[in-house]
Write a protein that binds this ligand. Structure first.
Ligand code: IPE
Ligand code: IPE
Ligand code: MG
Length: 250
């Protein structure tokens, strides 16, 4: 989307629209701590976090960000109490069903990254339906990582490639970084330019390990439910001041 097409109303004066990150990844962390701070059960933090996501997705689309990838549930998050896991699975399904029409109207193309096979069948069905419905939309690519783990993704890619070699569909000489990228869940997406992690933790927690080799990292202490458009603007402005060298010198 060109700068001219972005509606003036939703624009931020501080952002350089010619230097936007094409792909933003977000580790939406701190829902539990936000709830605790308010004296509420953890699930209320997740409920509020879902509202934040709705707003941030819309803002990214309005500002002309091409791809937004969010971490919703990691392969390690199954280790949480069953009540919290069940709440999250129900929340994902409810949100997906409720928001689908609006996402469709706004031109959101939704995809899911991760091993979806252990998810509740009704959620899997909602996921398949939403991807099929929105596959031709051009407004923004919205990737949701559910039961996603960076190591798991790389293991699956290796296995997939090894099977192709065994079947003599591939020869080992042509295995390179591009080929591996094509076998990841993010196939066809450019690598993230900017990673935002909320709630202060300075770690990747198994998110997009391969893809973030040269991603710029921005960490804010704000808990995800409190993250807003102003904060997103701050992260993008900060990103735009970075000198991305990719190992070279000028
Ligand atoms: C992130 O918030 C949401 C998920 C992992 C599903 P947390 O639930 O991790 O919140 P904190 O880190 O405990 O505050
Ligand atoms: C990362 O947050 C996963 C998601 C945001 C979905 P966690 O809260 O699970 O990560 P750790 O445990 O702090 O590393
Ligand atoms: Mg957390």
């Amino acid at each position: 989307m060109t700068a001219q097409l972005i509606s003036i109303k939703s624009r931020s004066n501080n952002i350089d629209y010619n230097k936007l990150p094409q792909h933003i990844a977000i580790i939406m962390d701190g829902n539990g701590r936000w709830a605790k701070q308010q004296g509420l059960p953890r699930i209320e933090g997740h409920r509020q976090g879902a509202k934040t996501l709705k707003k941030i997705l819309r803002t990214c689309k309005n500002w002309g960000i091409k791809t937004l990838t969010v971490y919703a549930f990691s392969t390690e998050n199954w280790g949480r109490p069953l009540t919290e896991v069940n709440f999250l699975m129900n929340l994902f399904e409810r949100l997906l069903r409720k928001q689908l029409q609006e996402m469709q109207q706004e031109g959101v193309c939704i995809k899911f990254l991760g091993d979806l096979s252990p998810l509740p069948l009704s959620l899997q069905q909602a996921i398949r339906h939403s991807m099929a419905m929105t596959q031709n939309n051009q407004g923004i690519n919205f990737n949701v990582a559910i039961n996603y783990g960076g190591r798991d993704e790389i293991v699956k890619a290796c296995r997939n490639i090894a099977e192709k070699v065994a079947r003599q569909e591939l020869s080992t000489e042509i295995i390179n970084a591009d080929l591996i990228s094509q076998h990841l869940y993010t196939t066809n997406n450019p690598d993230p330019d900017l990673l935002i992690r909320t709630s202060g933790e300075m770690r990747l927690s198994n998110f997009l390990l391969w893809q973030m080799a040269y991603t710029e990292i921005y960490v804010t202490d704000t808990f995800w439910p409190d993250f807003d458009t102003k904060q997103l603007e701050k992260a993008i402005v900060n990103y735009q001041k970075r000198d991305r060298r990719f190992g070279t010198i000028k």
